[in-house]
Write a protein that binds this ligand. Structure first.
Ligand SMILES: Nc1ncnc2c1ncn2[C@@H]1O[C@H](COP(=O)(O)OP(=O)(O)OP(=O)(O)O)[C@@H](O)[C@H]1O
Length: 255
């Protein structure tokens, strides 16, 4: 089999004294689109943060492009969209500057060249934000901000995209735009690992789903069919059922 772009075996990690990953296996093959699903707190974000080196593993193995994580330096091959935070809204930068920062591993802090500027324009077009390039990011809505963070990851023209809930807070029309942007990446051969709450418009793109529960993998295979919220193993029964006549709106698998 061809070398996977992500290979995680028996990974364990703790946050504080709490074991959060309890021996997970996770692979993403070249050109594959894998969704990482699971209830709140099941360890999805911790898993992707471990993959990008933000959380140390206490055990197990992790390789990127066949290289053990601790020796991996080729970050220009990886685009990462972190789970949305509000803190970045205070950064005094324009949309163009934030997206250009996605080229840092390529520009090596040198001046932006024409290829860099063109990649920024392309990435902004892909997420439907080309007309906002000169605006301060502080002036954007949450969903627009998220699209800029996705454009930042796309601007680096990565071979592997890792996105933590990229659709969080993004309206349905923009979700379709982002799904299209992702399809474009997959067509050009990118591999993708996505933390998702629900498959939504991305469903047709997803090759495989890995479901976490309490820091363990409970499913690795076909994406669960969108038959409702209860279909998924590990689903947290958290949505309101106060009025049995008012069936909650089913937006997807895990919301
Ligand atoms: N800094 C921390 N210290 C201690 N525990 C933490 C810390 N950050 C997260 N946790 C706990 O680790 C567990 C896993 O968190 P993680 O963010 O990986 O879950 P998740 O599956 O991504 O959840 P969500 O869908 O809510 O984003 C949770 O129980 C969380 O409360």
């Amino acid at each position: 089999m061809e070398q996977p772009v992500i290979a995680v075996r028996g990974a364990t990690a703790s946050l504080g004294s709490r074991p959060v990953l309890r021996g997970i296996d996770l692979t993403v093959g070249r050109g594959e689109v894998v969704a990482l699903l699971g209830a709140n707190g099941s360890g999805k974000s911790t898993a992707v943060r471990a993959i990008v080196g933000q959380v140390p593993l206490t055990g197990g193995e992790l390789e990127l492009f066949g290289t053990p994580r601790r020796r991996f330096r080729d970050w220009k091959r990886v685009g990462y969209v972190p789970q949305r935070t509000t803190a970045a809204g205070g950064v005094p930068a324009t949309v163009r500057e934030v997206v250009l920062s996605g080229r840092l591993a390529r520009t090596k802090l040198g001046p932006a060249r024409r290829a860099d500027r063109e990649a920024v324009v392309r990435a902004l077009e892909l997420v439907g934000m080309a007309d906002r390039a000169g605006d301060p990011v502080a002036a954007l809505s949450g969903g627009q901000h998220q699209r800029v963070l996705i454009a930042r990851a796309l601007a680096g023209e990565p071979e592997l995209l890792i996105m933590d809930e990229p659709m969080a807070g993004v309206d349905l029309a923009s979700q379709e735009v982002l799904a299209e942007a992702l399809r474009d990446q997959v067509e050009r051969g990118a591999s993708v690992l996505l933390v998702l709450h629900e498959l939504g418009p991305l469903e047709p793109l997803i090759d495989r789903a890995v479901v976490l529960r309490d820091g363990c993998v409970v499913h690795d295979g076909a994406p669960p069919r969108a038959v409702g919220q209860h279909a998924l193993p590990g689903h947290d029964h958290v949505h309101p059922h106060a009025d049995p006549a008012a069936e909650p709106i089913r937006t997807g698998l895990l919301s």
